[in-house]
Design a protein around this ligand. Structure first.
Ligand SMILES: Nc1nc2c(c(=O)[nH]1)N[C@H]1C(S)=C(S)[C@@H](COP(=O)(O)O)O[C@H]1N2
Ligand SMILES: [Mo]
Length: 291
């Protein structure tokens, strides 16, 4: 496996000094351009990661290459993220405050349930850092991530037949796992709209749809709930959605994947390569029953 062993992800911490959002090359000088992603990993070229996306608010078919242009005029500023629900200290933070959090560089493989994958150098902070500030109450068992609802800028959201806004979720222990990241940047730049600007989740051992983009609210709740994809009633999108080469999608096998930019296919790894770090979270659960 060519992905950097986990400890290396934690080595470089820097503070984002200034704040602003870049959607064009001209503005990119502001925050992150001195940063280089880890050299030990075969990172997917930036042009691919930023040119081949899944983002149903903008594009409902599988025309992945169309997403960047459809998302280009999306406005990531101003932006507020709320942490609500079963917490001792509800939070309401402007993105400029969030950008002052201590940041880490993490290079993670992203495995889409459709059978393709990328390796992306993210910049962000562990979700745990934010949840600890909000102090989850002992009743809290699950975390809900709610993406923005802005039909003026997101063409598919004008079709109100979908269960908008995009909602995803994790069990609280999954959310508190050190690998679970809130990303604000990638490739040394602030996130582009197509990748979930200004802030998105990244859960590297789960299928890509768990990693919600453009998050405005994080709500702690007691019980498991229906996510956007579960509401869509698609049997291929479960709540756990851990990457598992032994559990097939109803229509295709999940045993291999196409790493975008490579020829041929490569084997899909259990928990997307993070079994050592996360298998304990599912002890006693039947992984074959978890899609
Ligand atoms: N809000 C929102 N988040 C989303 C999606 C989406 O449609 N809407 N798609 C998901 C899916 S299916 C994948 S594979 C990843 C893709 O992330 P990327 O485009 O940055 O590679 O985003 C996930 N996050
Ligand atoms: Mo996906």
């Amino acid at each position: 496996m060519e992905v950097t062993p986990e400890p290396l992800f934690f080595t470089r911490r820097k503070l984002l000094k200034s704040f602003g959002w870049a959607t064009g090359a001209a503005a990119l000088g502001l925050a992150l351009n001195d940063w280089r992603p880890p050299q030990t990993t075969e990172i997917t070229p930036e042009s691919i990661t930023c040119g081949y996306n899944n983002y149903i608010e903008f594009e409902a078919s599988k025309y992945h290459e169309r997403v960047p242009s459809l998302a280009a005029s999306f406005q990531p500023l101003p932006w507020t993220v709320e942490v609500t629900g079963l917490v001792e200290k509800p939070l309401r933070l402007g993105i400029e405050e969030i950008l002052k959090f201590p940041m880490e560089d993490r290079t993670y493989p992203l495995r889409c349930v459709e059978g393709w994958s990328l390796v992306v150098p993210w910049r962000g902070f562990p979700l745990k850092y934010l949840l600890d500030k909000a102090k989850p109450l002992s009743k809290a068992g699950y975390v809900k991530f709610i993406s923005i609802d802005r039909p003026e800028e997101m063409p598919i959201q004008r079709d109100r037949g979908y269960p908008w806004p995009y909602t995803e979720g994790l069990r609280l222990d999954e959310a508190m796992h050190p690998l679970t990241l809130l990303a604000v940047g990638a490739y040394g730049k602030t996130l582009l709209p197509q990748n979930g600007a200004p802030i998105r989740l990244v859960v590297p051992w789960k299928y890509g749809f768990k990693s919600a983009k453009a998050i405005v609210r994080i709500e702690l709740v007691e019980k498991m709930f229906y996510t956007f994809w579960m509401e869509m009633n698609l049997p291929s999108y479960g709540f756990f959605a851990n990457v598992n080469p032994d559990v097939d999608h109803p229509v295709w096998s999940q045993s291999t994947e196409r790493r975008i930019g490579e020829f041929g296919r490569r084997p899909t790894l259990m928990f997307n390569g993070y079994a050592d770090q996360v298998a304990h979270l599912y002890q006693g659960m039947d992984l074959k029953q978890m899609y």
